[in-house]
Design a protein around this ligand. Structure first.
Ligand SMILES: CC(=O)N[C@H]1[C@@H](OP(=O)(O)OP(=O)(O)OC[C@H]2O[C@@H](n3ccc(=O)[nH]c3=O)[C@H](O)[C@@H]2O)O[C@H](CO)[C@@H](O)[C@@H]1O
Ligand SMILES: C=C(OP(=O)(O)O)C(=O)O
Length: 435
């Protein structure tokens, strides 16, 4: 179990460049299976989850070449489907959430897709019904081995159809889109997820020869084609990482510039921080956060009632930033309710913030009320264990703002999604080391 030692209470200063988007990378890497031709991908983040997926692709027989930092080429012209039946695959596939998106491309191109129950954060129930209901609608036969938690779908040829997804699942939509692009006829997906991750995937598929309309909306229409070709794709900056750095700057009262953030793809994220009273300035495509010497004040609603920050399917606020918004709220002036609607176990980490002296009432598993200190009292350093990726980074931000030395264990959770985090933080003045 890896550990960070953090000496908090120091202001940070400088520029930080966001990594490529983790959740986009997981979709894009699975899509390389849709063609025997070469696909080159740029701005791939060097993080545990993505590296595990690249290894899975290699084990499947994909020829992978590293062309430079963050740039790889992939050629899926000789796939070893037998690997899918091995114990090794069962072990590798469980290692991350994103592996579920291997199923759609494999099913579409080779007529079969298998996956063990995938890993990812333990943040509540994470069902896969949307994915498999979609494949079944496209004509696949489904089986599930309960003892082994092993899912399988098979079909000679998928057939396009209309489907209304039971929920706008991000990885579910990506999986079904990747199956439908090679199906016979037209597929219409209503209640599709439409995050920038999915928009990027669809744009890549268009360049490969797919026919998709409605990109960016919750109604996608896909006309199946016989085959797809190679392409080059560049990942967007990671919007969750960008939000994490905004939170870090505010909480440590630091002046920070986040470079090349692709403002147009940030949706509600800047707005959510602004509602907590944080100033963000748009400078070209950078975010500039001035030093919040006098703190930041929560904005109530027009009628004076308490602000609620809640997640919702895109273009609503992403659930992946609520833990960070919560920690930032502990030093705001005023009160805010954090409502995590999607995941039922993602707010339990507030216990650690309570130990550090934050004023939080966990109302139920989905809602926490935070009463900010307005920097009149700082958080106290402590020892903690990172329960999931975003809680881990939230605790890291709390530790960097706290007086004294904190210890965070289980930082593999953070390494799942944040590239070389300690060096990048040290470059802006943080005192953090991996021990
Ligand atoms: C690898 C990857 O891309 N992971 C992301 C992806 O996970 P993932 O694709 O696994 O998450 P889903 O979009 O399927 O759903 C996440 C949770 O939200 C609930 N739900 C979903 C849609 C909806 O309309 N209503 C609703 O309540 C689901 O029941 C589930 O519990 O999307 C999540 C939701 O943005 C993010 O937290 C994850 O970081
Ligand atoms: C929940 C997340 O990731 P995963 O879906 O990979 O567990 C996340 O990125 O916040």
């Amino acid at each position: 179990m890896g550990t960070f030692k953090i000496e908090g209470g120091h202001q940070l200063h400088g520029e930080i460049i966001p990594q490529g988007a983790k959740n986009e990378a997981l979709q894009i890497l699975c899509a390389v299976l849709l063609t025997p031709e070469e696909v080159t991908v740029n701005n791939i983040p060097d993080i545990i989850d993505v590296n595990k997926l690249i290894d899975l692709l290699k084990n499947l027989g994909v020829k992978v070449k590293k062309l430079g930092k963050g740039t790889y080429s992939f050629k899926a012209d000789d796939i070893d489907l037998d690997y899918l039946q091995t114990e090794q695959f069962k072990q590798d596939g469980r290692g991350l959430r994103g592996s579920i998106m291997l199923v759609g491309p494999l099913l579409a191109r080779f007529g079969k897709g298998y996956i063990p129950k995938p890993g990812g954060d333990k943040i509540g129930r994470r069902r896969l019904d949307t994915h498999f209901e979609g494949f079944i609608k496209l004509g696949a036969k489904f089986r599930y081995n309960r003892e082994e938690h092993f899912y399988g779908v098979e079909a000679q040829k998928l057939k396009g159809t209309y489907m209304l997804l039971d929920e706008a699942s991000v990885t579910g939509t990506a999986n079904i889109v990747m199956a439908a692009v090679l199906a016979e006829g037209t597929t219409t997906i209503y209640n599709a997820a439409c995050e920038p991750y999915l928009q990027q995937l669809c744009k890549m598929l268009l360049r490969m020869g797919a026919k998709i309309s409605g990109i960016g909306s919750n109604l996608l229409t896909i006309e199946g084609v016989d085959s797809l070709g190679g392409t080059e794709h560049t990942m967007l900056p990671d919007m969750i990482e960008i939000g994490s750095w905004v939170g870090l700057a505010a909480m440590t009262q630091s002046e920070l510039t986040i470079k090349d953030v692709s403002w147009k793809d940030l949706g509600q994220i800047p707005n959510a921080f602004q509602k907590l009273g944080i100033t963000l300035e748009k400078k070209d495509d950078d975010i500039y956060i001035p030093k919040h010497t006098n703190g930041y004040e929560v904005q109530n609603y027009i009628d004076g009632s308490i602000l609620t920050l809640a997640d919702a399917p895109w273009p609503g606020l992403t659930p992946d930033l609520l833990s960070i918004l919560l920690v930032v709220a502990t030093q705001a002036k005023g009160e805010v309710v954090i409502h995590q609607k999607m995941f039922e176990s993602r707010l339990f980490f507030v216990d650690k913030l309570l130990d550090m002296g934050a004023k939080i009432i966990l109302c139920d598993p989905h809602r926490a009320t935070v009463i900010g200190h307005d920097f009149k009292s700082t958080l106290k350093a402590t020892t903690m264990v990172s329960p999931d990726i975003r809680a881990g980074v939230s605790l890291l931000i709390a530790a960097l703002s706290a007086k004294g030395t904190s210890i965070i264990h289980n930082i593999e959770q953070i390494d799942r999604g944040y590239e070389n985090i300690e060096e990048r933080l040290r470059n802006i003045g943080a005192r953090i080391e991996r021990i």
